[in-house]
Design a protein around this ligand. Structure first.
Ligand SMILES: *Cc1c(COP(=O)(O)O)cnc(C)c1O
Length: 494
C-alpha cells in the first residue's frame, strides 16, 4: 500500500460511515429479517459514489467489448447494439408491468409480442412462433422436444436418432442427447457440405430428424440443402434448422422454403441485444404446419370475437408445455422488436448482404497471409487455419497477439478438426466481422492479422508471450477454468 503506483481495490478504500446514497425514511415500520438470513461478518467497504463509479469504470476498461473495439468472435455475431433498443426496453410501459398482471391491463405489451411472433414466422416462412426459450441452446432443446412429441403423437415411437453433420454447432449434439436421442454424426465433404453418400447410408425408419446449423460453423451455405431435405423427408424424418446465425440470410432465403420444419433464432445475436458473459438471451422457435401445434406456450393470440379484438394468452393445441417462467426474457424481446421496426424488410436484407460482403472481404484479404481451408464464397463468417506448423505457432498465440493490436480475438479451435471429425482445419480462427464494421476498421483488422503472420516468421516469441500490453497476461486457461478466482483476495478492513 506504500507503493504510489498501487491502485487500491474498492475493498481497500472507504471509511466507517462513508456512503454514496441517502435512503429515504420508510413510511412504514421496519420489519426484521427472519433469523439466519443476515451474516454477522460481512466486510463490505463503506465508500462514496465517486469511488464506486471509478471502481466500475476502471474494471470496464480492463476488458474488451463491442463498444470499444471490433469483436469478430465467430458464430457469436458481436454487432453494434443500437442505443435505440435500450431506450425502447426502458419505456415505463414495457419496464414496469408485472408478469402476473391481467392480460387486459397489458394489451400494448401483448401486441408487441404478437407482432414479434408474426414477423419472426414471416422472416423464414413458418406458421407460428413461440418466444419462450431463453437462449439458442434452449430453443434447440425445445425444437427437438417438439420433434419427439410429433412422432409420438402419430404412434411412431421407433425414431430414436438425430442426424448431425460434423460441422454443426456444439450445442446441437448436446441438445439431441439431452432430449434422449441417439446422435449420428455425418462427415463433411471437401467443399464443406454434408457428405451425401454418408447421409443416404444413415437414413431409415429410425431417423427422427436431421439437425443442420445453417450456415454451418465453417461459415458456409449447405449447397445441397434441397436434396438433403427431400431425402430426410422421404424416410419420414423432420428437418431442424439451427438459425442462430440468421445474420447471413435475412430477406434472402426463407428456411421453410428450403424444406425445414422447425428452427430457432438467437435474438441476442442477429437482432442486436448485448450478449456475452452468460446472458440473458432469447431463442424463439418457429415451426411449420406439422409442428406448430406442439410449440411451447403460452403464446399470444388475437381474439377477434371481442370488440375491439384483444390479445390473449393461448396454449397451442398439443403444446409440449412451458419452457420458461412467464413470457420469456421480455426485455430482450422488446429490443429485437425495436431492431426489426427500426430496420424494416429492405434494410434487414441489406444487413445480411453487408454482413456477407464484410466476411468475404476479410476472407480474401486475410487469405493472402493465412490458409483458408474451405476457400469459397462464405456467408457471415469464415475459418482460417491458425496452426502454423513451420513456426510452431498455435491459434491461441495469434489470438493473444491480436489483443496487443487492440482487437478482440476471433473464435478459436471451433469448429474442431480432429481425427474424430473430417474437417480439414486443425486450429480454427473463426472470423465474423458483422455488418456494423466500416471498411477502415476491416482494413485495420486485416493489416493486424497480416502483421502477426509476419511476426510469426521473424519473431515467434512475440506471439508465444502475448498479450504484452493487457492488464492480465497469458493465463493458464485450464487452471483458470477449474479454479475460478473472481477477485483478488479481499484484505481485512482495519
Ligand atoms: C450461439 C449459437 C448457439 C447457442 O446459442 P446460446 O444462446 O448461446 O445458447 C447455437 N447454435 C449456433 C450456430 C450458435 O451460433
Amino acid at each position: 500500500m506504500n507503493d504510489p503506483l498501487y491502485e487500491p481495490l474498492i475493498y481497500e478504500l472507504g471509511a466507517p460511515g462513508r456512503t454514496g446514497v441517502t435512503m429515504p425514511t420508510a413510511p412504514f415500520p421496519a420489519t426484521p429479517l427472519p433469523a439466519g438470513l443476515l451474516r454477522d461478518e460481512l466486510n463490505l467497504p463503506e465508500v462514496s459514489e465517486a469511488d464506486v463509479v471509478r471502481h466500475y469504470t476502471r474494471l470496464s476498461r480492463q476488458n474488451f467489448g463491442v463498444d470499444t473495439t471490433m469483436y469478430p468472435l465467430g458464430s457469436c455475431t458481436m454487432k453494434y447494439n443500437p442505443r435505440l433498443n435500450e431506450a425502447m426496453a426502458h419505456l415505463p410501459g414495457f419496464l414496469e408491468p408485472h408478469p402476473l398482471q391481467d392480460a387486459a391491463t397489458v394489451q400494448g405489451s401483448l401486441e408487441m409480442l404478437f407482432n414479434l411472433q408474426t414477423w419472426l414466422s414471416e422472416l423464414n416462412g413458418f406458421t407460428a412462433t413461440s418466444l419462450q426459450p431463453a437462449a439458442g441452446a434452449q430453443g434447440e432443446f425445445t425444437g427437438i422436444l417438439m420433434v419427439r412429441a410429433y412422432h409420438r403423437s402419430r404412434g411412431d415411437t421407433a425414431r430414436d436418432t438425430i442426424l448431425l453433420p460434423d460441422s454443426a454447432h456444439g450445442t446441437n449434439p448436446a441438445t439431441s442427447s439431452m432430449a434422449g436421442f441417439r446422435v449420428v454424426e455425418l462427415p463433411t465433404d471437401g467443399r464443406g457440405n454434408v457428405e451425401m453418400d454418408a447421409l443416404k447410408a444413415n437414413l431409415g425408419p429410425h431417423v427422427a430428424a436431421m439437425m443442420i446449423t445453417i450456415p454451418n460453423t465453417l461459415g458456409l451455405f449447405e449447397e445441397q440443402i434441397l436434396e438433403v431435405a427431400r431425402l430426410v423427408h422421404e424416410c419420414g424424418g423432420l428437418m431442424y434448422a439451427d438459425g442462430a446465425n440468421m445474420n447471413a440470410l435475412m430477406g434472402i432465403v426463407k428456411l421453410a422454403e428450403l424444406g425445414f420444419d422447425v428452427m430457432h433464432y438467437n435474438l441476442h445475436k442477429t437482432f442486436s441485444t448485448p450478449h456475452g458473459g452468460g446472458g440473458p438471451g432469447a431463442g424463439p422457435v418457429a415451426a411449420g404446419e406439422a409442428l406448430a401445434p406442439f410449440l411451447p406456450g403460452p403464446i399470444v393470440a388475437l381474439d377477434e370475437t371481442t370488440s375491439p379484438p384483444s390479445y390473449v394468452y393461448a396454449m397451442p393445441a398439443q403444446s409440449i408445455g412451458r419452457l420458461k417462467a412467464f413470457h420469456g426474457n421480455f426485455g430482450i424481446l422488446v429490443r429485437a422488436y425495436a431492431y426489426l421496426r427500426a430496420h424494416g424488410p429492405a434494410e434487414l436484407r441489406a444487413v445480411s448482404e453487408n454482413a456477407v460482403l464484410n466476411a468475404n472481404y476479410l476472407r480474401v484479404k486475410i487469405g493472402q497471409a493465412y490458409e483458408i481451408p474451405y476457400d469459397r464464397i462464405c456467408m457471415h463468417e469464415f475459418v482460417a487455419e491458425g496452426k502454423l506448423d513451420e513456426e510452431g505457432i498455435r491459434a491461441l498465440d495469434i489470438s493473444k497477439r491480436l489483443i496487443d493490436y487492440g482487437f478482440h480475438p476471433p473464435s478459436n479451435y471451433f469448429p474442431l478438426g480432429t481425427p474424430h471429425t473430417t474437417l480439414k482445419v486443425h486450429e480454427a480462427l473463426m472470423v465474423e466481422p458483422t455488418e456494423t464494421e466500416s471498411l477502415q476498421t476491416l482494413d485495420r483488422y486485416a493489416e493486424a492479422m497480416i502483421a502477426i503472420r509476419q511476426e510469426a516468421r521473424e519473431e515467434p516469441e512475440l506471439l508465444r508471450g502475448a498479450p504484452h500490453n493487457a492488464p492480465v497476461g497469458r493465463v493458464d486457461e485450464v487452471y483458470a477454468a477449474k479454479k475460478l478466482v473472481l477477485c483478488r483476495a479481499i484484505p481485512e478492513i482495519a
